[in-house]
Design a protein around this ligand. Structure first.
Ligand SMILES: C[S@@+](CC[C@H](N)C(=O)[O-])C[C@H]1O[C@@H](n2cnc3c(N)ncnc32)[C@H](O)[C@@H]1O
Length: 248
């Protein structure tokens, strides 16, 4: 399991402060309602904001993430004890022949929130993830994920926001210096350095992929999913697609 920029104590413990009140997750909770999903797999669950919310509603929730530091934060939240946490990727969540019916899996709904779908920059990793999710779903189960619309060129907005200051609880004022380091579509790379009050600098680099809707539909089909629709993200209108697919 390879480490990523989220597997850092500072990043993980300040993630929820940075992300704020998470209205973006309301849509996923309402889709779970709409589909009547009793079991949900959250791939790249991070600090578990959605998984604990769904578990508190009485759904069997499984959260999987390769960043142990993010899971550590998740495990400390109210209702965390109701969630099954898996330290790994979607591949690690696939039910195995020896224990085919782990609690909550196969699931009726799988989700990737917070643009997790954009971290899979290589087609082979994206397809391996989609195939693993397919194996984690009941026949007819749904996959819902968001991804930024390439034509909206979000990286041009990001390039304007070069420096910001914010308050990290227990740490103090953080100065964050951000730069878009490369745009080589469909890949966009960026770097941010968080300067802490004690002089420590926490660097973070990341590359995201901006797949076209045609690419998304093609790769979904290759992994055994039927593409159903894209919806607008109500809190980010016109900027992201919320993709809904069904295990064929
Ligand atoms: C922006 S955070 C989103 C976290 C959470 N879904 C949310 O909405 O708050 C991206 C997450 O993707 C996870 N991630 C990175 N690579 C991954 C992979 N190969 N499989 C699953 N999750 C991955 C990171 O560890 C991180 O927790």
């Amino acid at each position: 399991m390879s480490a990523n920029e989220f597997d850092h104590p500072f990043v993980a413990t300040t993630y929820d402060t940075v992300e704020g009140s998470r209205e973006d997750l309301d849509l996923y909770a309402s889709i779970a309602d709409e589909m009547g999903a009793r079991s949900v797999l959250d791939i790249g669950c991070g600090t578990g904001a959605l998984a604990v919310r769904l578990a508190a509603e009485g759904r069997a929730a499984t959260g999987v993430d390769p960043a142990g530091e993010m899971l550590e934060v998740a495990r400390g939240k109210p209702h965390a004890e109701k969630v099954r946490w898996i330290h790994g990727t979607a591949v690690d969540a696939v039910p195995v022949a020896e224990a085919p019916e782990a609690r909550g899996l196969p699931a009726e709904l799988a989700v990737m929130t917070g643009n997790v779908a954009q971290v899979f920059t290589r087609d082979e990793d994206w397809l391996a993830t989609l195939r693993a999710v397919h194996a984690c779903l009941v026949p007819g189960g749904h996959l819902v994920f968001e991804t930024r619309i390439p034509e909206r060129c979000s990286w041009e907005d990001w390039a304007q926001q070069r420096e910001s200051r914010w308050h990290a609880p227990g740490v103090g004022e953080v100065r964050e210096v951000f730069e878009v380091s490369e745009v080589d579509l469909p890949l966009v790379s960026f770097r941010s350095d968080s300067h802490l009050p004690d002089g420590t600098v926490v660097p973070s680099t990341s590359t995201l992929i901006f797949r076209s809707v045609e690419e998304i539909i093609r790769t979904l089909a290759e992994a055994g999913f039927e593409f159903l629709e894209t919806r607008d993200a109500p809190d980010r209108p016109g900027r992201e697609w919320v993709v809904i697919a069904r295990r064929a």
